[in-house]
Design a protein around this ligand. Structure first.
Ligand code: M6R
Length: 603
């Protein structure tokens, strides 16, 4: 999704303004984009440079046409209104070119605004919804950018994180947010902004998370935060302890491989954040959990798959009914939620638009909300009653890996808390304490999976199936493969095979069968034989010591033995690695899959 950055003030490490802005934008590349641009106040002018395609195109343009100055904004665009092109790239300016705007989000009433402005003889240059913001600010500008932006916001419907510069106010950047993240970084002699925290880490660890309907005036020495009525707001400064190293590749070819390999540590950290001397300590969450009569869990994409895994574990161990849904469906289906429900939202970024809307429904119904998120200070973390942070560190690759397995650790810890049987709870806690080592054992065998992928990467269809939580992990495995290898992959419950999917099975098919529920080995054995009989190749993932699938599947990968309900945390590492190596073998860039964005902050 689009990214925005801004910087004003004293230069850092003898960089110039364009290299600071380009550096910050490079830290947002992982979010996915199709064009980029910057605007710098330079020699009493607003100089704009923008280019379609990779950031390197913009860098080359800036090398050919340099800009100097102390105040600037930048943007990576993921096209929504208007194709990716130089003209449609941000920043957008007013007619005279004195005001420049970068924007994340969608202006829903942009057609009406465009007509209104055209009626006032404004000529538009781009097809974007954003351009109307630059013209509206111009319309309202009478010498104070904050006032002009505040008046503009009253005309806008939709979502936005905005940063604006103006020739007449050469040291100022004015920003605003509604339903899209915007973070201000507090430097020394300079201040910054970005749509997520990673670009800021190089420059500062002290940040302020702007709230909805707030406007800020950022100057080199000061940040003034206001509500829409112009009242000054005292916004807390938070310290970010993510280290810069964790947002760099550290010798790995791709962030995705690095993040897969970091999972044992991240799982361990997430466990240790909530367990003291082998005792589960969820703090205030413990009471909320105790009163639960029913559990509702929502998320999108991978986070939703963590919810599906959670459903199987929680229902099995706590005997509470669990409803799960993708947030985009949940928000529109008039869901049945009461104040007695325990609502859990899962989101790596904590900024996913649909997930936030689902949370609003939970709030309206008076239900208690536990958020599982990776980003301290994210919107999800601020709206929820309680937060469980995944200790994954920054996840840069678009395809989620370590965020997922740490989300699983959080839901398994919650499962323990929801389980009434103390003996069972003790056994579960013991098992959870072993999972990071077991994950390490899987990661260490990555070369076996690399060899398997080298043999099987050009299958045109890959189907993942399993039963119960093995079905849940099949969903995530299929998503991972399609995201980065662009292979047609699907997941289904193994019992559904004969109800339709088997019609697609032929010799171009690879089937990955997750077989980690011992009681269901026989059923999975039959399913594997059924696809093999139709020419498919089969990989079975099962527990160490279970040789039942040898000679049945073409390949068997044995993972360390664990509780079947926790096995997804280990089996998914196998399928993440398979997806990664397929992507690389196909010549794709797994860190920047086509058409995808890291954080989906619009519908
Ligand atoms: O930040 P979130 O966890 O809310 O994001 C949800 C999905 O957009 C995300 O999991 C997406 O499916 C990833 N690309 C999965 O790899």
């Amino acid at each position: 999704m689009c990214g925005i950055v801004g910087f004003t003030g004293a230069m850092v490490k003898s960089q110039d303004i364009s290299s600071i802005l380009l550096d910050c934008l490079s830290k947002l590349e992982y979010r996915g984009y199709d064009s980029a641009g910057i605007a710098v106040i330079s020699n009493d002018r607003v100089e704009v440079r923008k280019a379609k395609g990779r950031l390197s195109n913009l860098t080359s343009l800036v090398e050919r046409e340099p800009v100097s100055g102390f105040t600037g904004i930048g943007h990576t665009r993921w096209a929504t209104h208007g194709e990716p092109s130089d003209i449609n790239s941000h920043p957008h300016t007013n007619v005279s070119g004195d005001i420049a705007v970068v924007h994340n989000g969608i202006i829903e009433n942009h057609v009406a605004m465009r007509r209104w402005l055209e009626g006032k003889d404004v000529t538009f240059r781009s097809e974007t919804d954003t351009e109307c913001i630059a013209h509206l600010i111009d319309f309202y500008y009478e010498g104070d950018l904050v006032t002009a932006l505040s008046k503009t916001l009253q005309k806008l419907e939709g979502s936005y994180a905005l940063a604006v510069v103006c020739r007449n106010e050469p040291e100022n950047i004015v920003v605003a947010r509604k339903d899209c993240p915007l973070i201000i970084g507090r430097g020394e002699g300079n201040n910054l902004l970005a749509s997520d925290v990673t670009p800021l880490l190089e420059y500062t660890r002290e940040v302020q998370y702007l709230d909805d309907n707030q406007v800020a005036k950022i100057t080199p020495e000061k940040v003034e935060i206001l509500d829409l009525e112009g009242n000054v707001i005292d916004l807390a400064v938070s310290h970010v302890d993510w280290d810069l190293q964790s947002a760099q590749k550290n010798g790995y070819e791709h962030f995705m491989l690095k993040e897969i390999c970091e999972q044992p540590y991240a799982i361990d950290q997430t466990y240790k954040a909530r367990v003291y001397g082998e005792k589960l300590d969820l703090g205030e969450i413990t009471k909320t959990v105790k009163d639960a009569r029913r559990v509702v869990i929502v998320g999108c994409g991978t986070a939703y798959h963590a919810a599906v895994v959670a459903k199987y574990a929680i229902e099995h161990y706590s005997r509470l009914p669990v409803e799960v849904d993708v947030a985009s469906e949940f928000r529109y289906r008039d869901p049945l939620v009461t104040e007695d429900d325990l609502c859990i939202v899962i989101s790596q970024s904590g900024e996913t638009a649909d997930t936030l809307q689902a949370m609003r429904i939970f709030k309206e119904k008076g239900a208690k909300i536990i958020a599982i998120t990776n980003v301290v200070g994210s919107t999800v973390s601020r709206v929820a009653d309680h937060v469980m942070y995944t200790q994954a560190g920054p996840e840069i690759a678009v395809a989620s890996t370590k965020a997922f397995t740490t989300q699983l650790m959080c839901v398994f810890l919650l499962t323990c808390a929801l389980t009434k049987d103390e003996q069972k709870q003790k056994e579960m806690m013991e098992e959870l304490s072993t999972l990071s080592q077991k994950a390490e054992a899987v990661v260490c065998r990555q070369e076996e999976i690399q060899r398997f992928a080298a043999r099987q990467f050009n299958k045109t269809k890959v189907f993942y199936f399993g039963r119960q939580s093995d079905f849940a992990i099949s969903l995530e495995s299929a998503l991972k493969l399609k995201e980065i290898s662009y292979t047609h992959s699907e997941a289904f419950a193994a019992g559904e095979l004969k109800h339709g999917p088997i019609a697609l099975v032929d010799e171009n098919t690879l089937v990955v069968a997750s077989c980690c529920h011992p009681k269901l080995y026989d059923k999975m054995d039959s399913n594997i034989k059924e696809v093999k009989a139709r020419g498919a190749k089969a990989l079975a993932i099962t527990f160490e010591g279970n040789d039942a699938f040898e000679g049945v599947a073409d390949e068997v990968f044995q993972i360390p033995k664990t509780d079947p309900y926790f096995a997804p945390m280990l089996s998914v590492i196998v399928t993440q690695l398979y997806a990664y190596y397929c992507s690389v073998n196909r010549g794709n860039d797994p860190d920047h899959p086509r058409n995808l964005a890291k954080s989906v902050t619009v519908e």
